[in-house]
Design a protein around this ligand. Structure first.
Ligand code: ATP
Ligand code: MG
Length: 285
């Protein structure tokens, strides 16, 4: 179901670190079209050989990412297999992961953050329409393709990355690290991901974006207790935004909003200076 890329056509450059069970490199991919040689910058994600039993899940992620296309979804070129190496070849995104960017650029405006949250809602809605559950939405898995340039009227632009190994394959320790992005019901049933799980993760990610990429609950030593006690993240100073995050991160799945409602609520939020204000959309009158 996916394009395979010859290992010989890949060039490996510098390491960009590690993910969950992966090693990440910048690289190049060579294609020959009409006898001409083309090279493309790529991101190479190699499955850690210690976890090669997860290859099916890893390729499943590559497969769905390469089968659908949306402006806010990262492009996956294909996979490459060489000996016991399993590699996902994807679009290289210049400004990297959003969590790091948010931490680095401390003075991003609220309009920047709201804009990015709307882009994430847009791709969330698209995935739901396609009946695809992502399962690993967080700021780390959002990549910044384009920076804002207000003087040129250019807005930031993000893409959602692949989910990686399915949570059902992850050990308890890894799952605990995913609190509060992972939906609480997934702790008991990691093999039963639903669209509602993605809604919870969306809420946690929006929280993260508005808190400059500071991981929620960093200081907590028992994250599990947080869910056991049905606690909530500290609410945003803007009521309507806090309300939306609260709905998404509702312990009762039935209270999590539809994508339509998420988009409608986000569209009713506008910014004024460095404040988020609520304004009823025209068609709600
Ligand atoms: P997980 O499945 O948990 O998301 P992963 O294997 O996807 O794990 P990440 O932790 O998401 O790994 O990514 C590690 C780092 O690699 C990111 O912080 C980012 O800096 C970089 N990175 C990942 N994908 C890309 C990409 N497509 N373009 C540029 N940089 C990337
Ligand atoms: Mg990732």
């Amino acid at each position: 179901q996916f394009h395979t890329i010859k290992y010989e056509d890949l060039k490996w450059d510098e390491s960009l670190g590690q993910g969950s069970f992966t090693r990440i490199f910048k690289g190049e991919k060579t294609d020959y079209r009409d006898g001409e040689k083309h090279t493309t910058e790529v991101l190479l994600k190699e499955l850690d050989p210690d976890h090669k039993n997860c290859w099916e899940s890893f390729f499943e992620a590559a497969s769905f990412m390469s089968q659908i296309s949306h402006k806010h979804l990262l492009h996956v070129y294909g996979v490459s297999v060489h000996g016991d190496k399993n590699i996902m070849v994807q679009e290289f995104v210049k400004h990297g992961a959003l969590d790091l960017y948010l931490k680095r650029e401390k003075s991003l405006s609220v309009s920047w953050k709201l804009n990015v949250a709307k882009q994430l809602a847009c791709v969330l809605n698209f995935l739901e329409e396609q009946s695809i559950i992502h399962g690993n939405i967080c700021a780390k898995n959002l990549l910044l393709v384009r920076e804002e340039d207000p003087s040129q009227g250019i807005s930031p632009f993000i893409k959602l990355s692949d989910p990686g190994i399915n949570v059902a394959m992850l050990g308890k320790d890894v799952i605990m690290h995913r609190i509060p992005w992972i939906a609480p019901e997934s702790l008991a049933a990691p093999d039963n991901l639903t669209h509602e799980c993605d809604k919870w993760s969306f809420g946690a990610t929006v929280w993260e974006i508005f808190n400059n990429g500071n991981p929620p609950l960093q200081a907590l030593n028992s994250k599990e207790k947080f869910y056991e006690n049905k606690q909530q993240l500290p609410p945003s100073q803007w009521t309507e935004l806090a309300d939306l995050i609260g709905q998404c991160m509702s312990y009762d799945l039935a209270f999590r909003p539809s994508c339509r409602s998420i988009i409608r609520q986000l569209n009713s939020l506008v910014t004024s200076g460095n404040n988020v204000i609520f304004r009823l959309a025209q068609d709600d009158h």
